[in-house]
Design a protein around this ligand. Structure first.
Ligand code: ADP
Ligand code: AMP
Length: 216
């Protein structure tokens, strides 16, 4: 059983590595960022509340986010294992998660931190773009579509840049997240769950290190 948290600052490559983990291990991919973006698109109450925080690059309050995760972890697809991507982001959330997973009998088995320096993150986030049809992630500098203007995964032609990847917001987002990142890593280090990986390698090299954690 793999019940995993992927830690890492925005742009570290959590979504990219999650895709591979899902393909190989059939885990449920739980990205709180994706869940918020979906809620914002549908204009649900949670989405409307989250929008004011997300558009500025700030964190949505812990209670709102934890409730979303608690509901998601009760869905049956998480019984084969899950990846938490973008949650927890604060030690308060980490403590909330501990209670939730205990209650549901779905305790964590691993925490992987993908580590990347800030300058590299700014570069990656500014160049990230997404397929509007299927949500696939590309990068103008590091991972363009194979055929220009056509999504590799679904063949779609409609792409967009996330609002919070625009340069005005990226710096604040990184600062907000950086403050919380070291205490989070400490939290899981002390529990003996943490493996840190150099995220400044190619996606294939990062994947080799990630997969090594499970083939031990
Ligand atoms: P996160 O989910 O952690 O925010 P993503 O997986 O979306 O990060 O990656 C951020 C951007 O960087 C994307 O445009 C992605 O294509 C690109 N990227 C991901 N991993 C790497 C890597 N190892 N080297 C270079 N670029 C990468
Ligand atoms: P992400 O897609 O993970 O980069 O998340 C996008 C935005 O959603 C973040 O900048 C936050 O505003 C919000 N968000 C996502 N996950 C969390 C979380 N665990 N706690 C608080 N806010 C979050």
């Amino acid at each position: 059983m793999i019940n995993l948290i992927l830690l890492g600052l925005p742009g570290a490559g959590k979504g990219t590595q999650s895709e591979r983990l899902v393909d190989k291990y059939h885990l449920a991919h739980i990205s709180t960022g994706d869940m918020f973006r979906e809620a914002m698109a549908k204009k649900t109450p949670v989405g409307l509340e989250a929008k004011s925080y997300i558009d500025k690059g700030n964190l949505v309050p812990d209670e709102v986010t934890a409730k979303l995760v608690e509901e998601r972890l009760q869905k049956p697809d998480t019984e084969q294992g899950y990846i938490l991507d973008g949650f927890p982001r604060t030690t308060v959330q980490a403590e909330m998660l501990e209670k939730i997973t205990k209650k549901l009998g779905k305790e964590l088995t691993n925490v992987i931190s993908i580590d990347v320096q800030e300058d590299e993150l700014v570069k990656r986030l500014s160049a990230r773009y997404m397929c509007r049809t299927c949500g696939a992630t590309y990068n103008k500098l590091f991972k363009p579509t194979k055929v220009e203007g056509t999504c590799d995964r679904c063949g779609g032609h409609d792409f967009y840049q996330r609002e919070d990847d625009k340069p005005e917001v990226v710096r604040n987002r990184l600062q907000v997240n950086e403050k919380m990142n070291a205490p989070l890593k400490d939290f899981y280090q002390k529990k003996g769950l943490l493996t840190s990986i150099d995220g400044e390698q190619t996606p294939d090299e990062v994947w080799a290190d990630v997969d090594k954690v499970f083939s031990k």
